[in-house]
Design a protein around this ligand. Sequence first.
Ligand code: NOJ
Length: 472
Amino acid sequence: MSAPTAQAADNGAARRSSPAERGATPSFPRDFVWGTATSAYQVEGAVGEDGRGPSIWDSFTHTQGTIEDRSNGDVADDHYHRYKDDVRLMKALGTKAYRFSIAWPRIFPDGSGAPNGKGLDFYNRLTDELLANGIEPFATLYHWDLPQALQDRFGGWQARDTAKAFADYAGYVTERLSDRVKHFFTINECSRLVHLGHRLGIDAPGLKLPQGQQNQVRHHVALGHGLAVQAIRSRARRGVKVGPAENMVVCIPAIDTVENVHSAEIATRELNAGYLTPMLEGRYTESYLADAGRDAPHYTAEDLRIIASPIDFLGLNIYKPDHYVVAADNPRGFALAPFPASFPHMEPSWLMVGPEAMYWAPRHAARLWGVKSIYVTENGTSGTDAPDADGNIYDVDRIMYLRNYLLHLQRATSEGIPIAGYFLWSLLDNFEWADGYQKRFGLYRVDFDTQRRTPKLSAAFYRETISRIAVA
Ligand code: NOJ
């Protein structure tokens, strides 16, 4: 393993250009939090160790035909054993925060019931190591690895019981860790876990439910978030902060005119009507319910109050623009401009290039819902990342992507949009769900045969950006 002071990471980074050479470089707020992110199943490995129970992702990856390269997370990055080395890599980048997720089946192997102390110990060790190195832990409570026991017992998120079990688990974990971990995210990307896991069958648990049942799952997931917020408030130490980490549908005004911006705001509310709108407004929109018709979820007024339990911040995973919006004189008040076939994308065909998403997503959240604190909980891209003849990984495509997204992030902070931090996805190449290990998102390349970590050129780019508090 080599630190980013070696090899590719240092190319061109040794001598800093002076402010005069750079012109008047706009900077980020001094206390802006710079970090990296991973999730348990994607990096930890050690799936059978220290009493961890199976998750739906273990079952899914061991089912034939589910994962592109027939791989699984059994070993992944072996982060469970190599976390100390990985913390050193974070430190070498100059990051001051790490967003990781806690594997529910390590804590409650059976989904609920008796907690497994050895499972919790791993997160105690990780937390202590981070703090000893000046890196603040930000923990996500659910990044899709539902205990298989809950899927077997009552169909996982198809049942309200899972939302309740999630809250119990969230309360327990935060009670134990909140003396040191001060920021918790409830659920990572509610919308993807429902859409890919329960509608398209691409993610675990691999279901293709009819519309009405999908809507019910969506409601239970949102309810799980709200119940967890309440459990954390009652069991964690005072001062602990909590919020979701959602991949908001990002609506960009095709041209920045007052009319288009207004339409993009209407579209944002409607197209996020399954999660963010009820979390932040305490209601489903009329069009969401009308469009669902007989398939609308069953819920009570009390459910909506729970879903809208006050949060301390909003986490946003921002990768791509979802829609370009133009003002329209129709009952909905907006029209979507479809992506032409020629629209550019990054290595994954879904990752349309749209750096302005980094500006509009937080701006809509702040303007529409009055959100007072936002973390960009993920942003990044995969690339081919093949080592060059000299051994270096010149991932200038990733640098191009990050530089442009960060410029728009800077634009947002300079306008006073309350963004407190940014977590780059990802620290390491890792298990990219149904794509297996074929899609590499890391700042560090991982050789999965040897577990060797090698910094890509983008690691130096990120380190420079952090040290200058300006886009390098
Ligand atoms: C969002 C997910 O939270 C993360 O798990 C995934 O690896 C990245 N997107 C990249 O697809």
